[in-house]
Design a protein around this ligand. Structure first.
Ligand code: PGA
Length: 253
């Protein structure tokens, strides 16, 4: 059975002290993770070790980096490598978030390299895809997302993709308060799964957790996560409020 996942994406928000307080508040707010459910906290690089230590011993709870460099090591001032993340015990890395694609020019080809370097270091990517508004308006989102998947993931083996995590985040719904309807999310998630099944077969496609991202909050999480091909969410704004994120965790199937 594929994992159901509530992933928090703090982006470039909170000081370390605020982040620690948020985790304390969350831990004291009733929420429950069953055997098949995970909570992942994608926090800024400088907080990875502290937040990881704070969550140590919590079952099914992990810390993720929000990015890593596509190169192994070298003269890339200010960058963080996959090997560095591995050396501090990080198991998950968010890759290809639309903000990175847009503001830091991350291409599908570069993301293929980032995916590879994560695997070489034993980490699982949370691979983000999703279309901008202009693409949705002309109804070509299916082929747009399909190209993102093909160009960044289809060089991988079936074994590498088994248990993989994809986040579908329509860009027009990120941080805008404008959520895709649960029907729109299900439609795209089913499309993504069918594209994966055509390439890798049903067993691999069925093992991949596909998260929805874009203005997920306590009030809409259960409805969206209830759809058969939606396996949880990647949550920005609402993950910065303990009560909201606890309720989102409780909304997982
Ligand atoms: P949002 O962000 O929940 O604030 O829309 C989601 C994301 O960008 O991961």
């Amino acid at each position: 059975m594929r994992k159901q996942i509530a992933a928090a994406n703090w982006k470039m928000n909170l000081t370390l002290q605020q982040g620690e307080t948020l985790i304390d508040e969350l831990l004291s707010t009733p929420h429950e993770l069953t055997e098949n459910q995970l909570a992942i906290f994608a926090v800024p690089f400088p907080y990875l070790i502290s937040i990881k230590n704070k969550l140590a011993g919590k079952k099914n709870v992990f810390v993720a980096a929000q990015n890593c460099n596509n190169k192994k090591s070298g003269a890339y001032t200010g960058e963080v490598s996959a090997e560095m993340l591995k050396s501090i015990g990080i198991q998950y890395v968010v890759l290809g978030h639309s903000e990175r694609r847009e503001y830091f020019s991350e291409s599908n080809a570069m993301l293929a390299e980032k995916v590879n370097i994560c695997f070489e270091n034993g980490m699982v990517p949370v691979f983000c895809c999703g279309e901008p508004l202009a693409i949705r308006e002309v109804d070509t989102q299916n082929s747009y997302v399909e190209t993102q998947l093909k160009e960044s993931l289809f060089h991988l083996t079936a074994e590498q993709l088994t248990g993989f995590i994809i986040a579908y985040e329509p860009i027009w719904a990120i941080g805008t308060g404008k959520t895709a309807t649960s029907g729109q999310a299900q439609e795209m998630h089913a499309h993504i799964r069918s594209v994966l099944a055509a390439q890798y077969g049903n067993t691999v496609a069925d093992s991949i957790s596909i998260l929805y991202g874009g203005s997920v909050k306590a009030s809409n999480a259960k409805e969206i996560f209830g759809k058969p091909d939606v396996d949880g969410g990647l949550v920005g704004g609402a993950s910065l409020i303990a009560a909201e994120f606890a309720a989102i965790i409780n909304g997982l199937k």
